[in-house]
Design a binder for this molecule. Structure first.
Ligand code: B3K
Ligand code: ZN
Length: 890
């Protein structure tokens, strides 16, 4: 395996101007004729033409119509005797490949008897020999030929320019993409599909055809995706002035897909999970995810496709920016500020439970990495979610209007080209020359180059006589692989002060500044710095990092009383929620540390309980927000706060806290369930979703409380709800309450759920995931998972199904996975190896379940190490898994 380094980038020796691909589609042997026109890049020294290829059978190479000499060098086709001079020349390459054998799902593959492609990052080389790099942009013409009966629908990028019948029951279609593109955005689809379509007129008066293609039988689940697409088109035009630049925009769903979706120009290919939804089969969360993924892929049309990445180290240029855009899209669709805050909290929760641990582990890498072995391993929460936070900080520093100006300048400068993260940051800064971003740009860009999560330590002093309040901040960032010491970051810290006694939001008067508000943006640039507020008439509680204004950890020694004041009064909903999480964390950490001989008994925690009651019963807070506050920090997030992780101890303490919340608030939960469980006709809007989420949480706690009291009423009610619900959210929440509380009714409910939905793949995924993610009580989960591997509906080759069973157990159920007898790790190593032989990308994701093994307490640590070593000992591991495992063991 070779290491690819960002510093080694060189411009391509040739440009490919046009490509005409002609496919004779056949599952066992597809023939691909690739006719290109190329020319030398006059700006770089002459060199041989090197074309990437992988798993192809090469039949013929012609230059300007004549045979030519070539050689093969580490998979590449190398042509040395090409015409001299800068004139364009024709290159024709004929290859075949075997889509039906393609279990990696990269390149051209077959799923449910249809053909699909996935090319990003380096899958196009599995279709034909090409310069498979994003800075080579060509005009594509594609002709598809296939059996008409088996493959009535033939799609590729751009516009359909010709189609018709051929001999032998075959037919053809020709597509021309009017936009130049890198080959990773190429796509084709062929199969028996049906589509929902809609014509829209965009602002400029242009007409566009929108289509959502699915398998026959799934048409009744396409309405929401279509609506989401229409909303996306409208939003990008309104917020950033970016119109749809295509006559035709297609979305196609497939059930075999390595990730969520792919933004191929004009022909997005989606995992069915992010397209198909109706109220009977999809939950509120599914509906929301579909909206944001449809938005995300659509927004890539400008941020990714019109302007693409120069090289894969710049991946966050398109991914961080596009995640930021889809987050803003979802927030802008919210009816009220409270729903916006809920979305922000959910996004931050993902960042902190997934990205912070990544930043602290063996796979830590900067938002713009310096090297990789397998690029597919770098489609990470750091590139995506931390990348989005970096873009968000830019917006914070230049303001919302300033950021829109920055986007406009970015497109004015770079439309149609392949650029770098530097180009983006420069455009935003240049569009806002007087902003803090422009003044601090080189330092700000450390967010792109330095890995690790910065810590912001804060202390405060209040001078009651002078009425001044000083906050002192010190920033630091832990070492990460290859980066021992870090330079200070630019950290925008949004601040407020709450009167400790009055609970009032205090006016903020900063020395020498005239404007007084109740929120202040403090832009920290030094290793340590302080800020003093004047005319502070009462002792305040600091509200630090409002709205999570930077991706950092705030260390401030809050007392319980201070946190209670913030939880009750902070006008910033994010910090209000955060105060509740901190209160819970303080309790969890206290009991985890005071291991009373392994007992999970915990104390009374009366203040915490009454604070939670006050939130639950609060007259004006909305249900979605309450649900977030009343949900304890996850085991993963708790683990991330600790030096040494004892997963069983964390699990036991968190479960004890859950039981305490369940029993101590029993009457409140009854009230909450009654008050939120009737919601009228189903609509997946934020308001009623929030009510269903809170009712679901209430039912969960009520069944948990019933478990300790032996009461049968609530499990009975949950079972009834499970049977009667008219939507998947309520039905699944009821099933979940029975399964997680380990009640006997869980067994018949699971059986009934299976028989009701045995023909609904996505619902079966939920059925597998629920059992694999179930609370472990005495080690029953692993044997159940092993049993489910033999279930007729299980199929390890389908990534969704593999994720629903294997990943739900290994990556999302720490209490069941980390077993003292090491059996969870044995299971993990078996399946990393089994999956690696089928689909290395999926295997490498699973491999990451043991990233943090060095922090584990014994006996887990040694057992995890042994499992990693067993995987490492396999001689023919993929680069994907090899890279993850070697970094973990390093
Ligand atoms: N750009 C794709 C991800 C491709 C992953 C390749 N391993 C989807 C997205 O981020 O929108
Ligand atoms: Zn993306």
């Amino acid at each position: 395996a070779t290491v690819v380094r960002r510093a080694d980038y060189t411009a391509p020796a040739f440009w490919i101007d046009t490509v005409h691909l002609c496919f004779d589609l056949d599952p066992a042997k597809t023939r691909v004729l690739n006719k290109m026109t190329l020319r030398r890049n006059p700006d770089v020294p002459a060199a041989a033409l090197r074309l990437d290829g992988d798993d192809l059978n090469l039949a013929r190479v012609l230059v300007n119509g004549a045979g030519t000499s070539f050689k093969m060098d580490s998979g590449q086709l190398v042509l040395e005797n090409l015409p001299e001079g800068n004139e364009p020349f024709a290159l024709e390459i004929f290859t075949t490949c075997a889509p039906v054998k393609n279990t990696k799902l990269m390149g051209l593959y077959v799923s449910n008897e249809s053909f699909f492609t996935q090319c990003e990052a380096e899958g196009f080389r599995r279709i034909t020999y090409f310069m498979d790099r994003p800075d080579v942009m060509a005009s594509f013409t594609v002709t598809l030929r296939a059996d008409k009966e088996k493959y009535p629908v033939l799609l590729s990028n751009g516009n359909l320019t010709d189609s018709g019948d051929l001999d032998d029951g075959r037919h053809f279609a020709t597509w021309i993409d009017p936009h130049k593109k890198p080959c990773y955005l190429f796509a084709l689809v062929a199969g028996k599909l049906v589509c929902r379509e809609q014509h829209i007129i965009s602002r400029s008066g242009k007409e566009h055809l929108l289509q959502v293609y699915v398998r026959p039988g799934d048409m009744d689940k396409t309405e929401h995706a279509m609506q989401s697409l229409i909303k996306s088109v409208i939003w990008d035009e309104a917020r950033f002035g970016l119109p749809l630049d295509l006559e035709r925009f297609m979305i196609v769903a497939t059930s075999d897909f390595n990730m969520g979706a792919m933004e191929n120009k004009g022909l997005n290919i989606f995992n069915t999970k992010y397209v198909l939804a109706n109220q009977a089969t999809a939950t509120d969360v599914d509906f929301a995810n579909i909206e944001s993924v449809v938005g995300h892929e659509y927004f890539h049309n400008w941020t990714g496709n019109r302007i693409t990445c120069r090289d894969w180290f710049q991946l966050s240029l398109k991914e961080g920016l596009t995640v930021f855009r889809d987050q803003e899209f979802s927030m802008d669709l919210c009816a009220d500020p409270s729903a916006r805050a809920v979305k922000r909290i959910e996004d931050v929760r993902v960042l902190r439970t997934a990205q912070f641990p990544e930043d602290a582990g063996p796979m830590a890498h900067p938002v713009r990495p310096d090297s990789y072995i397998e690029i597919n391993n770098f489609y990470t929460v750091t590139i995506y979610e931390k990348g989005a936070e970096v873009v968000r900080m830019m917006q914070t520093l230049v303001g919302r209007a300033g950021f829109a100006k920055g986007m406009t300048l970015y497109f004015a400068r770079h439309d149609g080209s392949a650029v770098t993260c530097d180009d983006f940051a420069q455009a935003v800064a240049d569009a806002n020359p007087d902003s803090a971003l422009a003044k601090l740009l080189p330092q700000f860009k450390r967010w792109y180059s330095q890995a690790g999560t910065p810590r912001l330590a804060a202390t405060a002093t209040y001078d009651a006589e002078a009425h001044t309040y000083t906050l002192n901040f010190a920033q630091s960032c832990p070492a990460t692989p290859g980066q021992e010491s870090k330079e200070p970051f630019v950290i925008p810290v949004s601040l407020g002060l709450i009167g400790a006694a009055s609970g009032a939001a205090l006016p903020l008067q900063v020395h020498g500044q005239s404007n007084v508000g109740d929120s202040h943006l403090f832009v920290m640039t030094q290793a340590s710095e302080s800020i003093t507020f004047e005319k502070v008439l009462e002792e305040p509680v600091p509200s630090i990092l409002r709205g999570f204004s930077a991706p950092v950890v705030v260390d401030y020694a809050y007392t319980d009383a201070q946190l209670l004041a913030l939880l009750a009064n902070d006008p910033d909903p994010f910090n209000r929620w955060e105060a509740g999480q901190r209160l819970a964390l303080l309790i969890a950490i206290k009991y985890i540390a005071s291991d009373a001989g392994g007992s999970s008994a915990i104390g009374q925690n009366d203040t915490y309980i009454s604070a939670m009651r006050a939130v639950l019963r609060h007259p004006t807070l909305d249900a979605a927000f309450k649900e977030l506050v009343l949900t304890l920090p996850s085991e993963t997030y708790i683990a991330d706060q600790l030096e040494v992780i004892d997963p069983q101890r964390i699990h036991a303490v968190r479960e004890a806290m859950r039981e305490q919340l369940a029993t101590a608030l029993f009457e409140d939960w009854q009230w909450a369930y009654a008050a939120h469980s009737q919601n009228g006709a189903y609509q997946p809007d934020t308001l009623s979703s929030g009510r269903r989420a809170l009712a679901g949480l209430a039912l969960n706690y009520l069944c948990l409380a019933a478990r300790s009291s032996g009461d049968a009423i609530w499990p009975g009610k949950a079972y009834q709800r499970f049977k009667d619900a008219d939507n998947m959210t309520d039905r699944f929440n009821a099933l979940n309450a029975l399964v997680q509380s380990g009640h006997a009714l869980a067994t018949p409910a699971l059986a009934r759920f299976h028989s009701l939905f045995q023909f609904e793949e996505l619902v079966l995924d939920k059925w597998f995931a629920l059992q694999a993610g179930c609370t472990d009580r005495g080690g029953q989960v692993l044997p159940a998972v092993r049993q489910l591997l033999k279930h007729p509906n299980f199929n390890i080759r389908n990534p969704n199904r593999a994720r629903s069973l294997i990943f739900s157990y290994c990556s999302a159920n720490p209490g069941a996975f980390h077993r003292a007898d090491a059996a969870g790790y044995v299971f993990w190593s078996e399946h990393v190896l089994e999956l690696d032989a089928i689909n290395p990308q999926v295997a490498a994701r699973l491999a990451r379940a043991l990233d943090r093994w060095k922090k584990l307490a014994e006996p887990y640590r040694h057992a995890a190490q042994a499992a990693l070593q067993r995987v490492a000992a396999k001689a023919d591991l993929s680069n994907d898994v090899r890279e993850v495992i070697s970094r973990a063991l390093a």
